[in-house]
Ligand binder design. Structure first.
Ligand SMILES: Nc1ncnc2c1ncn2[C@@H]1O[C@H](COP(=O)(O)OP(=O)(O)O)[C@@H](O)[C@H]1O
Ligand SMILES: [Mg+2]
Length: 275
């Protein structure tokens, strides 16, 4: 085994300013697409309060990160695996407690996370919405931060606010953008243009990279009703196809990286931000 960067999983935060913009569905469908491309994918459900990635995978996990913190279970005992082979680490509300961990608990959690290093190529963190500190410290500990926005003015202003706080308070410079629930590529480009012109004006050192857009699609909503992923229930639908394309382009494009560390590095950053 070499010691190159490629041995570490890429940790990707998926976040938004505003809730309900499609983060969880995007994480789930991208994870499945990437796993079909041969990648080993883990999802960390770190959305405190609205942790629900398990629902669209139709899984009912028994344990969560709390059981790892309390050393009742190992990370591998807590993770559940979908029929696609995607592994999910349920957060419950355990990620709210990272600030209160003592040194022993932190070290234990670090070594547990270290075991993920050789089990995953990509780790998605569904971090939840908003600019509360626990969302932010997860976002800026990750290698990549993908922001999800819709055409709604509130979603655009909140996405901007999130990037502003992350760049000013935590020095995060690179973001990727996915625009969800649009009718056309032109609509999505308008959202990107609005955000990047605001960034150019007020936050010159921040780079926002456009990844793609996902159409508004009733098939996706139908899939959610059935506790499923649109990728499984309607693989030929517009939203499923868009997410497949986005998975390919994420895989192809080199990382616009905010860090270059291992998982230990990632967790250490999380702990630092939380103190
Ligand atoms: N591309 C889309 N087309 C239509 N509806 C969507 C789309 N993406 C998300 N939705 C709707 O928005 C709801 C919230 O999505 P979700 O992924 O849970 O958002 P978040 O995780 O950001 O809160 C979904 O249950 C679905 O009804
Ligand atoms: Mg969600």
């Amino acid at each position: 085994m070499g010691t190159g960067r490629q041995n570490f999983p890429k940790v990707v935060a998926v976040t938004s300013g505003k809730g309900g913009v499609g983060k969880t569905n995007i994480v789930g469908n991208l994870a499945v697409s990437l796993s079909r491309m041969g990648k080993r994918v883990v999802i960390i459900d770190a959305d405190i309060g609205l942790a629900n990635i398990d629902i669209i995978f139709n899984l009912r996990p028994q344990y969560n990160i709390r059981h790892v913190i309390s050393t009742e279970k190992t990370l591998n005992q807590v993770m559940v695996e979908s029929k696609h082979g995607v592994k999910i680490l349920p957060g419950g509300n355990g990620f709210a407690d990272l600030t209160q961990l003592n040194e022993g608990e932190k070290l234990n959690l670090l070594s547990e996370f270290e075991t993920l290093s050789d089990q995953a190529d990509i780790i998605f963190v569904d971090t939840g919405a908003g600019i509360s500190s626990n969302v932010l410290y997860f976002n800026c500990a990750c290698d990549e931060c993908i922001v999800i926005a819709t055409r709604e003015p509130t979603s655009i202003t909140d996405a901007y606010a999130m990037m502003k706080v992350m760049s000013q308070e935590y020095g995060t410079k690179y973001f990727k953008l996915i625009v969800n629930m649009v009718d056309s590529a032109a609509q999505a480009k308008k959202v990107y243009a609005a955000l990047s012109s605001a960034l150019d004006k007020y936050l010159k050192n921040v780079v926002l990279e456009y990844v793609g857009h996902i159409p508004f699609d009733r098939q996706l909503q139908k899939a959610v009703q059935k506790r499923g992923l649109v990728m499984d229930n309607a693989p030929d639908s517009l939203s499923a196809k868009a997410m497949k394309d986005i998975a390919v382009s994420l895989e192809r494009n080199p990382v616009s990286t905010n860090s270059n560390g291992s998982l230990t590095f990632f967790m250490n950053k999380v702990f630092q931000k939380s103190t």
